[in-house]
Design a protein around this ligand. Structure first.
Ligand code: TYD
Length: 207
């Protein structure tokens, strides 16, 4: 099973990913936790450029760098792990591109759709969207570290991201699980595990 976790800045993806990883470890289910951008040696270089506030990057260049990272990630991490029968959980994937480069930077959906089709990238079986008001998310993000090139964008930018994620969920109801991220991390984890276990019995909580 290939799972992506999506959402705006400060929505709690990392906490959820850690919780899911612990749960899968306890259940001794083979899995790989990964993220975009930056999960391969090429990806790490691209990530450094992409997050660097000092870099001036055009929207199309940004899009193609994200896609380069994704193709390398798919080739070297995602596909081999799925082939080994592991559950792959990625912190961000294609819906972040529609949100950030599409709604955020203004690149047309057709261009991104074309890239998706031409590169034949794998789509996740399930996408968990942690939905949160950007005002709350940005406050959380700015309280923990120095803001990167994306986090430094204004509130309007982040509002467009949230809208884009919700729209994607509306268009793909079978793939998406939308979770209210303005809740206790423990409750969010529980709810995600419960929902995912209807697709993979092995994930079921044992009480
Ligand atoms: P990261 O530090 O991993 O942030 P987060 O914890 O919010 O995931 O930085 C990744 C950044 O890259 C994040 O701001 C979103 C952005 N991004 C895109 O703009 N497009 C993409 O396709 C992906 C995968 C990420």
């Amino acid at each position: 099973m290939f799972i992506s976790i999506e959402g705006i800045e400060g929505c709690g993806k990392s906490t959820l990913v850690n919780g899911l990883s612990e749960h899968l470890q306890n259940k001794k289910i083979g899995h790989v936790i990964t993220k975009e951008p930056g999960s391969t040696s090429i990806g790490k270089i691209l990530r450094k450029i992409l997050l660097d506030k000092k870099q001036q990057i055009s929207p199309l260049t940004e899009l193609l760098l994200m896609f380069s990272d994704r193709l390398d990630h798919l080739e070297k991490v995602i596909k081999p792990s799925l082939k080994e029968g592991k559950i792959v959980i990625t912190d961000r994937y294609i819906d972040s591109t529609y949100a950030y480069q599409g709604a955020g930077r203004g690149i047309s959906k057709d261009i991104i759709n074309n890239l998706v089709t031409q590169t034949e990238i794998l789509l996740p079986d399930k996408t968990i969207l942690l939905d949160l008001d950007p005002e709350i998310g940005l406050k959380r993000a700015s309280s923990r570290n120095e803001l990167d090139r994306f986090e430094s964008e204004n509130l309007e930018f982040h509002k467009r991201l949230r809208k884009s994620f919700l729209k994607a969920a509306e268009i793909n109801p079978k793939r998406f699980l939308v979770i209210n991220a303005d809740d206790e991390p423990k409750k969010i984890l529980q709810s995600v595990i419960n929902k995912l276990s209807t697709y993979d019995e092995r994930l079921k909580e044992s009480y």
